[in-house]
Design a protein around this ligand. Structure first.
Ligand SMILES: C[S@@+](CC[C@H](N)C(=O)[O-])C[C@H]1O[C@@H](n2cnc3c(N)ncnc32)[C@H](O)[C@@H]1O
Length: 335
């Protein structure tokens, strides 16, 4: 169970608890057994596997953050400053007059600092510290600093990466710049890719866009991405190219088709912990989904031990480029 969610729910159970509301919106929704007694709870969760967890618990979910007003809005925000402040603004915009905004997050991402940010906008705030997390909540009383919320609302809007036509938004991978690892990969992409291509963890579409631009013979490209917000940006960045299909999909679960070419810069950071397993799972999925003779283009931080997984997957590979941070591997399925 997410310790931030455990802490958030203490606001509704400890001494002087908030009443469980008739209706509530949950931004960044994650399931909890306590929600069985919440009558009108609607969740929004852009990350695929978390959304599936919410659905499995039998709770009500919406794909797009709904418009409307709720007496209580719960928030489990992401990690980056802009994403947290944007989620406060999204919550505020959906709060009924006199409604309560309840947020929680781990101390490691700066919960104390974000509590101060929210307190600056709301005046008074109540706070609970437990499970190495902080929950804090404020009830709208007509005195909130709407100018500050309006400033944070700007962070919810998509924007362009300076010097490019690429659109991104706060909270998604590489939202302010092109990732240098991905740049290394496209610098080594040939112009003769063809057939069916998959982009695993395609983000806002950089690898796909550059591959499609260089290789007119690509027939179809499937972009698989678990973050619905990134996928929405990819739709804007690749708009008008009929070869592309977009999949809100957890790559760990394998792919529905097989491919001539697979591109990827696999994820390996979850919060502040390095999660090598996710990258390994991406490689296993790629190995299982390449056709015979198919080629994988993989960029990764150079210290990550992915070579053994490539071998186990029956791929022959060579390291074609590296710098002090990244390595670029091209692997082929021979068998
Ligand atoms: C290192 S980023 C690369 C993004 C993009 N390809 C680029 O080059 O800018 C990895 C991407 O994988 C996505 N991701 C993480 N876990 C995933 C999963 N289980 N299934 C699909 N995508 C995932 C992340 O949201 C992120 O967009």
């Amino acid at each position: 169970m997410n310790p931030a969610l455990e802490t958030l729910l203490l606001a509704f159970s400890g001494s002087d608890p908030l009443p469980v509301p008739d209706r509530a919106l949950f931004i960044g929704a994650e399931p909890h057994p306590d929600f069985a007694t919440w009558p009108g709870l609607t969740g929004w969760q852009p990350i695929k596997h978390r959304a599936e967890g919410w659905d499995k618990a039998g709770l009500t979910r919406v794909d797009d953050l709904p418009e409307g007003r709720w007496p209580v809005v719960l928030v489990l925000p992401g990690k980056s400053r802009d994403e947290v402040l944007a989620s406060f603004a999204m919550a505020r915009a959906r709060l009924e007059p006199g409604g309560t905004l309840v947020a929680a997050m781990p101390n490691t991402i700066g919960a104390g600092r974000f509590e101060k940010n929210l307190a600056k906008a709301t005046g008074s705030i109540r706070s609970i510290q437990k499970n190495k997390c902080r929950a804090f909540y404020a009830t709208e009383d007509g005195s909130w600093d709407e100018t500050l919320f309006a400033e944070w609302y700007e962070l919810t809007l998509s924007h362009q990466i300076p010097g490019t036509d690429y659109t991104t938004r706060a909270g998604i991978f590489s939202s302010e710049h092109i990732d240098p690892g991905s740049k290394m990969l496209v610098d080594h992409l040939p112009g003769n890719l063809s057939g069916r291509v998959a982009d695993l963890g395609g983000g806002w579409g950089f690898l796909s866009a550059e591959a499609l631009r260089r290789s007119p013979k690509i027939k179809e490209l499937d972009l698989f991405e678990s973050d619905a917000r990134a996928l929405d940006c990819a739709r804007l960045n690749l708009t008008g190219d009929a070869r592309v299909s977009y999949h809100w999909h957890d790559v760990v679960n394998g792919l529905p088709g097989s491919y001539d070419v697979i591109l990827m810069n696999p994820p390996f950071h979850t919060g502040h912990a390095t999660r090598i397993d996710l990258g390994k799972a991406f490689i296993k999925t790629a190995a299982a989904s390449l056709r015979r003779g198919g080629v994988l283009y993989l960029v990764a931080n150079r210290q990550l031990p992915y070579e053994a997984v490539l071998e186990e997957g029956g791929l022959t590979f060579r390291r074609v480029a590296e710098d002090k941070t990244y390595k670029l591997i091209i692997a082929e399925k021979r068998g």
